[in-house]
Design a protein around this ligand. Structure first.
Ligand SMILES: Nc1ncnc2c1ncn2[C@@H]1O[C@H](COP(=O)(O)OP(=O)(O)OP(=O)(O)O)[C@@H](O)[C@H]1O
Ligand SMILES: [Mg+2]
Length: 440
């Protein structure tokens, strides 16, 4: 059973708590003010310290907050539950910021006292500390991790194809690491000293994307008041990564097919054909085969892209990787947030394993970051993990159109500050109305 210290100036309160905790089989210590409590903690040998402290905030002489401040980083190992009769949010926030484990307002029911005690003690026992053996030398560089058979296949493929100039199609659900694979393919290739140029094909409407990819001459269209080098030319000698390729319009698909065939294209507003030496990587989370069947994606382009393909397995199909990934992200979060004692309880880890991870590794990363903050840098418990907070797609058409309008206007204003209305196909009057409407 555990050793529990109660720091409270009210004798009756201490006695009541001692009684309840002893009935549960715990050993108790008492202190009637903060400095006495601190002395008790410090006097104990390291292995003999209390396992849990209940701390009253408002006491004569040394107050509860001072105790928390004095304990400082020791609070990462010693759970302190703060009690106060003054239940203002501000004291609760301050106590948690100082590193208290939990907070209750007096009077509290017996049940709460016992369940809190149990919860606080459970962590200490079942926690698995974040392993100190370093998986990665440099936690800042993002690296694709995995020890499952499925990821081993992915690594092998990357190894085989990175040295070639072959086009690679990277497929996988959202958050499975497609962009990371593209980066690895590039950095392991002989083009690694040349640029890796990324284009998100979903981010721009058709005519702007075309100018983005292929560039345009000065005066190519209204608003094109200077020459613009396209992304293919920028990537010359290196690699271009076409992300979200499933979102390309059929018009651009045709132009892209030509680049894939002979690396040639024209800038908008020019009939001079240019050729580039570019390796092409493409990714999508859409099912291109279905899109081909529905005639939303050109079959010939699909075959050109699909020379080599890397399929990234969803996280739920390789839960063997969960441990490694969790350790890795926790270690990084521990460093980022300066939480040297961060660990995860077995129960929390089990909860991670029973989730389906629709957002894959990205969702895991976000879930852990949230949990780490909620845990205050101690032990991640099942309660700290909440799922389903992935932004749900807002299917409301009106909202979506309003959002799109604002995005387009902003983009037009950046690209064509003097004739944004023309780029948007609006009269000057209609344009001003829209700007006013959206406060842009
Ligand atoms: N196997 C992995 N090991 C380590 N980190 C990973 C792994 N897979 C993904 N990540 C991380 O998860 C996040 C999402 O990865 P990435 O952006 O590559 O996903 P994606 O497949 O491109 O997703 P989307 O389709 O939504 O664009 C990134 O922060 C990435 O570093
Ligand atoms: Mg991506």
């Amino acid at each position: 059973m555990a050793k529990i210290l109660i720091i409270d100036d009210e004798k009756a309160m201490r006695q009541a708590m001692v009684q309840i905790l002893r009935d549960e089989g715990h050993e108790t210590l008492e202190a009637s003010d903060g400095s006495q409590g601190l002395k008790l903690i410090q006097a104990c040998e390291a292995g003999d310290r209390p396992d849990l402290v209940f701390l009253d905030l408002k006491m004569p002489r040394t107050q509860g907050m001072t105790v928390l401040k004095t304990l400082g980083s020791q609070l990462l190992e010693l759970p302190v539950i703060v009690m106060t009769a003054y239940g203002t949010g501000r004291t609760a926030i301050e106590a948690m910021q100082l590193g208290a484990y939990d907070y209750i307002t007096k009077p509290f029911p017996l049940k709460t006292l016992l369940s809190l005690t149990e919860k606080a003690l459970a962590h200490a026992q079942t926690s698995v500390s974040v392993s100190q053996t370093n998986i990665l030398q440099d936690l800042d560089t993002e690296e694709l991790l995995g020890q499952s058979a499925a990821m081993a296949e992915v690594f092998k493929l990357i190894g085989r194809v990175s040295q070639t100039d072959a086009t690679v199609l990277i497929l996988g659900e959202s958050g499975t690491g497609k962009e990371l694979v593209a980066q690895m393919l590039h950095s392991n290739s002989r083009r690694s000293r040349s640029p890796l140029v990324k284009v998100n094909c979903a981010a721009l409407p058709e005519h702007l994307l075309e100018a983005e990819l292929f560039g345009h001459e000065k005066g190519a269209f209204t608003g094109a008041d200077h020459l613009r080098i396209g992304r293919f030319e920028q990537a010359n000698g290196g690699t271009i990564f076409l992300d979200e390729i499933g979102e390309l319009s059929l018009g651009i698909q045709a132009k892209l097919l030509r680049v894939l065939q002979d690396r040639s294209f024209e800038r908008l507003g020019s009939n001079q054909t240019r050729t580039v030496d570019v390796r092409i990587l493409a990714a999508t989370n859409r099912n291109l085969e279905t899109m081909v069947q529905r005639q939303q994606f050109r079959e010939d382009l699909y075959y050109r892209l699909n020379v080599l393909r890397i399929d990234l397995p969803p996280l739920r199909d390789r839960l063997e990787d969960l441990d490694l990934l969790t350790q890795h992200f926790l270690k990084r979060l521990a460093i980022q947030h300066n939480f040297p004692k961060l660990s995860i309880s077995e129960a929390a880890f089990q909860k991670l394993q029973s989730h389906a991870w629709p957002g894959n590794v990205r969702e895991l990363q976000n879930t852990l970051e949230r949990a780490v903050i909620l845990s205050g840098g101690r032990i991640l418990l099942p309660d700290h993990l909440s799922f389903g907070q992935m932004p749900k797609p807002d299917l409301n058409l009106e909202n979506a159109i309003a959002q799109l309008e604002q995005d387009l206007i902003r983009r037009a204003l950046t690209l064509y500050p003097y004739c944004a209305h023309e780029a948007l196909g609006l009269s000057l009057e209609a344009f001003h109305q829209k700007r006013e409407q959206w406060n842009l």
